[in-house]
Each structure stands twice: as C-alpha cells, then as structure tokens.
Design a binder for this molecule. Structure first.
Ligand SMILES: NC(=O)c1ccc[n+]([C@@H]2O[C@H](COP(=O)([O-])OP(=O)(O)OC[C@H]3O[C@@H](n4cnc5c(N)ncnc54)[C@H](O)[C@@H]3O)[C@@H](O)[C@H]2O)c1
Length: 341
C-alpha cells in the first residue's frame, strides 16, 4: 500500500552521533554498497559539476544515485567545494543529501552531509587498505599523510578503527600550519612517533601506506622512483600522481568509467596510452577475489567516490535515528495531496 512519507531533517550533530564510534559498522555498510554496485544492483549516473567562470577553484557537484538490496533507496547529494573557505576559518566542503522513497519517489529526508562525505571515503579507503594489505600479505606499519585537512583526519580514524596500527606516522602539507595542526591532533590520539616532513619525497619514501588527501588539480608527484619500495597508496584526492607513476603501478579503482574522467591521474594515464590496460580492476574485484594485489609493485587505489556509497551511509544514519525515535519530522511538509482538492 503506497503512502506519502513524513519528511525529516537530520542535523550534522545527529549524523556525527550516529557515525562516530561506529566506524567499523559504517565500513561494513560501505562494503555492502560496493558489493551491490558490483552486482549491478545500483544506478550511479555521472556526477554533474556546476562551475563558476569567475571562481574557477570552486564547484558544486550533484551526485544522483539509487541502491537496491537492503538499502533500497534513491537520492542525491549536493556538495560544494569552496577552497577559499579554509583561509576564512570554515571548512572547504558543505553538503546536503536527499533520500527518496524507492516505492513512491517521494523525498523523505534531508541530511547534513559533509560528515557523511568525509566518513564515506574514509571507510572506503580503509576497507581498501585492509583488503589490499591482506592480499599482499604485508601489514603497513608506517603511514604517511600527504595533505592533511578533514579528509585526512577521517582517514586516520577509519584506518585505526579497522585495525591498522602504526609504528610511525609521517605528515606532509604545503601549509606548515596545517601540518603542525594535524601533528598535534595525531599526538593526542596516537602513541607512536609523528614526524612532519617538509619534503614530499621524504614522506613518500619513508611510508609503506600513503594517503593522498590534497586539493591538487594536477600531478605534483611525478618520479616513479619515489615508490620503488612498493608502498600501498590511497589516492583519495585523485590528481596528485603523474601518468608515469600510475603506469608503473598496479591500479585499482572503485568504478572504472567514473574514475577515468575529469582529469584524474588514471584519466591522464588513459589519455597518454589510449587504453585502460593499466587498471587491474575494481575494489569489488578485490572483495570477490577476482584480482589479487601484488606485493612486489606499488599498489594505488583511486576511488572516484560513488553516490551509492553516500546513499547507503545516509540510509544507515536515517534508520538508526528512526530506531532510536530521534527523527525530527517537518509537520505537513507535503501538503497538496488530494487530486481534486
Ligand atoms: N575520492 C573521494 O571519494 C573523495 C571524497 C571526499 C573528498 N575527496 C578529496 O579529498 C581531498 C581533501 O579534502 P579536505 O576536505 O581534507 O580538503 P582541505 O582543503 O581541508 O585539506 C587539503 C589539504 O591539502 C593541502 N594541500 C593542497 N595541495 C597540496 C599539495 N600539492 N601538497 C601537499 N599538501 C597540499 C592543503 O594545504 C590542505 O591542508 C579533496 O581533494 C577532496 O576532493 C575525495
């Protein structure tokens, strides 16, 4: 029986309460969504990029998506990135996400979504780190964070929550202030030594797990020899590595069509070679054991970031608040409901 749903507004504070301390559960939710995506139980069309000729560094992206299975929801995330915000003391990214009922199409919730947008790539990269390390038979012990904003902080939380413990942590950022701020955060949460590397090369060479979370628009790490110790690279910011580095490594992505677009490093490698042979496969292929990451080459995971993962995490938050009786509904949100008045 179809009915018009109630409409709820979910605040950032509620999202934060639902995901923090539940990192392993959120990672399971993300893994389940990857499996549904791999099984064809999702729709994830291209993101739409709204850009501004007078503000080229800023953008707002729409990510519509649909997930079947237990999640069973449609929706869209609308996320803006205004990098100049950081200098003014407010976060770069802000977002909302709308959930639509699978049966009627009605929107039934609007969630603050910057926290989901940070938790989701962190869960996805931590999942990749765990599974790829298992396949390689090497547990990374020295992690390097290259670019240290909100995403790097969430990455650190999710790596730790998923059982990766480190003997040493390195930090590199173009901004000495950001590097020191992140070092201070790590020293409050970790007991191992934390080193700020002024030179990018020193960070890369001294880490066996490297997290790229910069806002670089084009490659700035270009020499494949920096990766001659065969590290595992979580290339979350997607545009840091030269085509030469991509082509010298074993590459895994979240979705091949999505990731080889918008001048990501894998996209540049495709433009250089005219083919996609350098992509071994997707994270789904890793999860199902269809492909196996080697230990004797650098391994690079480049996740474009799928809207279906945002939807799955948002639905998890919604269901949890619903079960706890903590949903704030907007009375009479849908009003003109009788066809003839
Ligand atoms: N792939 C995904 O699924 C996904 C999801 C969310 C965010 N992201 C990406 O993660 C990145 C980081 O996001 P954030 O919110 O933490 O950004 P942020 O602006 O808060 O932090 C980025 C940091 O990188 C530093 N930086 C910029 N260029 C650098 C360079 N060349 N070398 C070293 N440091 C550099 C900046 O000084 C800053 O401290 C963004 O590129 C964002 O698009 C990816």
């Amino acid at each position: 029986m179809k009915h018009v749903p109630t409409f709820s507004v979910v605040s950032g504070a509620q999202v934060h309460r639902s995901v923090s301390g539940s990192e392993e559960r959120v990672t399971e939710v993300v893994e389940a969504a990857y499996r549904l995506h791999g099984e064809g139980a999702t729709a994830n069309p291209d993101s739409y990029f709204l850009r501004f000729p007078d503000r080229p560094s800023s953008r707002i992206i729409a990510l519509p998506a649909s997930v079947k299975g237990d999640v069973d929801v449609h929706g869209i995330k609308w996320i803006s990135s205004f990098p100049e915000n950081v200098a003014a003391g407010i976060p770069r990214a802000s977002a909302v996400l709308i959930l639509n009922d699978a049966e009627t199409g009605y929107p039934f919730a609007c969630l603050e979504s910057s926290i989901i947008s940070a938790a989701r790539p962190a869960a996805s990269a931590a999942l990749a780190a765990v599974k790829l390390s298992e396949q390689r038979g090497v547990r990374p012990k020295r992690v390097g964070f290259f670019g240290v904003g909100l995403i790097a902080r969430y990455l650190h939380t999710y790596l730790a929550a998923n059982g990766l413990d480190f003997e040493a942590i390195g930090v590199h950022d173009l901004s000495a202030e950001h590097a020191e701020g992140f070092k201070g955060y790590l020293e409050r949460t970790e007991s191992c030594p934390v080193t700020v590397h002024e030179r990018a090369e020193d960070l890369v060479r001294s880490s066996d797990l490297i997290v790229f979370a910069t806002i670089a628009g084009e490659p700035h790490v270009t020499d494949p020899d920096w990766l001659s110790h065969n590290p595992l690279v979580l290339h979350v910011s997607l545009r840091d590595l030269s085509p030469e580095i991509i082509l010298s490594a074993w590459n895994v992505v979240d979705d091949i069509d999505h990731c080889l677009k918008a001048n990501t490093s894998p996209h540049l490698a495709e433009q250089r070679t005219g083919n996609r042979d350098f992509v071994a496969g997707t994270l789904y292929d890793v999860l199902t054991g269809t492909i196996t990451a080697p230990a004797d080459r650098p391994v690079i995971f480049s996740p474009f970031g799928l809207g279906v993962l945002d939807l799955a995490v948002a639905k998890y938050v919604y269901d949890r608040l619903d079960a706890e009786g903590d949903l704030a509904t907007v009375p009479d949100f849908f009003h003109e409901l009788k066809r003839y008045g």
